[in-house]
Design a protein around this ligand. Structure first.
Ligand code: PLP
Length: 418
């Protein structure tokens, strides 16, 4: 790291970030003839060689449909798929591999819970509690089932610093609250919510909790047995794995009591025209051929993350985020849109006189990829009184050089519009 402020960066443990970067071919490409500076990992992370190799290897050597064939190749693919489930189980500290349901992404996992777990319990006047900082994925599925049942979605407010107002949240939990859906880390504000405290609050009121870990799983250790939640969801593509595969974790006793939400092959026990009986969990929720290679490659992503060590990833990223926050504050006319006590992964801002879209376009010309817009959090932007914002977000492969490039480019934008 050679950044101007690098000497102020706390020691980043034993992570060799240059060696990590060498494992990501795409980080050595260019955009507009400039070296790519990738600062959009909250949208999706890039993939290390180990994950790319795992994908290729499945298709070249181990591929067949799973859980169906008696022949060796199918059994091998099945064993690799099963092994990936156990890797995910271990990674998040689940008691039982049957609590890991493979889906397409975090969004699908929330829809599954909305339709299979919650909808049968909802009636007119019931409430689903979320927060103002949720991604649309943790709002719209609840609105859909609320619309069908006469229930309503209510939102707990955030403070001006961009933190959850815990007092207000506690007050919003009432006798009609049927579920609390809360994000662990905000994809816009970067705020880390005290999820253990929140789940404890809800549990005292007998309210089940779904934790959206889409922005947590790649940044911090996750242990569902300590969390106190009932469901937890995340996407493979935000944790160095492939797109098209995500995870729903649910308490076994809850999943066991839930009806299927999609029908087809694999989710059945016996089918006849007189009626169908359903498979055990998790297969009951995995109708049809899954993303076999994707699941196996997600297992490779878990191995890769564990190989680095989540504690070291967390230490590196926390230090880099602090560095970024200090550096970016020095850009004229730029304002951070949140000031959380604990921040992870993302940092969003606006600039006087310059639309976020223009910031993104100008940075792109410098080879810098950031996200601009509402980041699938329109209610949050409405609360902040902003039509849009610009967001820089990091992964384990980012360095102070990336932040310095971002800040230099932002300064040029500020000069242009200042
Ligand atoms: N929840 C949060 C906090 C997110 O940031 C995202 C994606 O950005 C999602 C849910 C949805 O993830 P996906 O699009 O992979 O389903």
């Amino acid at each position: 790291m050679t950044g101007a402020l690098a000497e102020t960066l706390p020691a980043a443990g034993a992570l060799d970030v240059d060696a990590i970067r060498r494992q990501f071919p795409i980080l050595h490409t260019t955009m507009h003839d400039r070296p790519l500076v990738y600062l959009d990992s909250a949208a999706s992370t890039q993939k290390p060689r180990a994950v790319l190799d795992a994908l290729l290897q499945v298709y070249e050597r181990d591929y067949a449909n799973i859980h169906r064939g008696v022949y060796d190749l199918s059994q091998r693919a099945s064993a690799l798929h099963d092994a990936a489930r156990r890797k995910v189980q271990r990674f998040i500290g689940a008691r039982d591999w049957r609590e890991i349901v493979f889906v397409r992404n975090a969004t699908e996992a929330i829809n599954l819970v909305a339709y299979s777990f919650l909808r049968p319990k909802l009636g007119p006047g019931d409430e689903i509690l979320v927060t103002e900082m949720e991604h649309h994925a943790n709002i719209v599925p609840w609105q859909l089932v609320a619309g069908e049942t006469g229930a309503k979605v209510v939102a707990a407010p955030i403070t001006d610093a961009g933190e959850l107002d815990l007092v207000a949240l506690r007050e919003r939990i009432g006798p009609r609250t049927r579920l609390l859906g809360v994000t662990w880390v905000s994809n816009v504000l970067g705020t880390v919510n005290p999820v253990e405290e929140i789940t404890a609050l809800a549990r005292r009121a007998g309210v089940p909790v779904l934790v959206d870990a889409a922005q947590a799983i790649q940044h911090r250790p996750v242990d569902v047995s300590a969390l106190g939640a009932d469901f937890l969801v995340f996407s493979g593509h935000k944790m160095y794995g492939p797109s098209g595969v995500g995870v729903l974790w649910g308490r076994a006793e809850l999943l066991e009591a839930m009806p299927p939400w999609q029908g087809g092959g694999d989710m059945i026990e016996e089918v006849s025209f007189a009626g169908t009986t359903f498979n055990d969990i998790p297969f009951r929720f995995e109708a049809g051929t899954p993303d076999i290679a994707g699941v196996i490659a997600l297992g490779a992503a878990v191995d890769w993350i564990e190989g680095l060590g989540m504690a070291l990833i967390d230490a590196h990223e926390t230090a880099l985020m602090a560095y970024a926050e200090r550096a970016i504050r020095q850009v004229p006319a730029l304002r951070l849109i949140s000031e959380p006590k604990e921040r992870s992964g993302a940092l969003s801002f606006v600039m006087d006189g310059c639309h976020p879209q223009d910031i993104g376009t100008l940075l792109d010309l410098d080879g810098i990829a950031i996200r601009t817009g509402h980041h699938c959090a329109m209610p949050l932007h409405a609360r902040l009184g902003l039509p849009a914002s610009a967001r820089a977000s990091i992964g384990v492969y980012n360095t102070t050089d990336d932040i310095d490039a971002l800040v230099a480019s932002l300064r040029r934008v500020a000069d242009m519009f200042g």
